[in-house]
Design a protein around this ligand. Structure first.
Ligand code: PEP
Length: 252
């Protein structure tokens, strides 16, 4: 039995002040059986870590660099995040791939560095619309999964504990066009097969696979009914306290 995970990806939204306001309301409303992760922008991490002390809310970063320190202007390292108390990090988000040119190779380096430090990685994969329309979605997702996890052994992610996959079809991110539960389930089951081929069925059964792409309070339940959907990575709807509570606090 996999514990559901709901992760808020705030992207480039919310000042430190706005983050504190959100969390003071959110943490008092939170209940349910799921794990909850909040990923604010770097500038709000300190406030969010402070506000979530002694709560079950875990804190994640939206990105991190694999080198520990040095001449990398504008970057924040996985090691620095870990030292501040961050426990999760999103790697391979399509906005990082498409806007900032992150390659599968760089994503592998980031995943490896984060896991070495004991961070839990939320590793995003997903296809663009043209790939889906040409029937190539699963092949593309498989290649992203294999490349990102290249040379990474199961012991590095606690045999499932500290690796979370997120299937995020790019055509569904921020568009209001959610994948149907059946479309998502097909790819999630395919990802679990790839994980099983790489690490064996036991490990694959333990890895949580989240769906991301226009998840809202009114479509999350249908997705959560599917056997291989273990939670959600939520962008837009995680910015409103009521919406994110409605998504993550029912007992799934
Ligand atoms: C995301 O960016 O990870 C995401 C899923 O965004 P949205 O929920 O807004 O589609």
């Amino acid at each position: 039995m996999r514990t559901p995970v709901f992760a808020a990806n705030w992207k480039m939204n919310k000042t430190a002040h706005e983050a504190r306001e959100f969390l003071s309301k959110f943490k008092t409303g939170l209940s349910g059986n799921s794990e909850v992760v909040v990923c604010p922008p770097f500038t709000a991490l300190g406030v969010v870590l402070d506000e979530c002390q002694s709560t079950p809310i875990a804190i994640g970063a939206q990105n991190g660099f694999h080198e520990a320190s040095g001449a990398f202007t504008g970057e924040v390292s996985m090691a620095m995040l870990h030292k501040e108390g961050v426990t999760h990090v999103i790697v391979g988000h399509s906005e990082r791939r498409d806007i900032f040119g992150e390659t599968d190779g760089l994503i592998q380096l980031k995943i490896s560095a984060a896991l070495q430090l004991g961070l839990t990685v939320i590793f995003c994969v997903g296809e663009h619309l043209d790939v889906r329309e040409s029937g190539g979605a699963m092949a593309l997702v498989e290649s992203q999964v294999r490349a990102g996890l290249n040379e990474i052994v199961a012991a590095e992610f606690g045999h499932g504990a500290s690796l979370i996959l997120a299937f995020e079809p790019v055509w569904a991110i921020g568009t209001g066009k959610v994948a149907t539960p059946e479309q998502a389930q097909d790819v999630h089951a395919g990802i679990r097969d790839v994980l099983s081929a790489l690490y064996g069925a036991d490990v694959a059964e333990r890895i949580r696979i989240l769906y991301g792409g226009s998840v809202k309070p009114d479509n999350v339940a249908g997705l959560m009914e599917k056997p291989d959907i273990d939670g959600a990575l939520v962008g837009g709807a995680s910015l409103k306290v009521e919406d994110f509570l409605a998504i993550c606090q029912p007992v799934y």
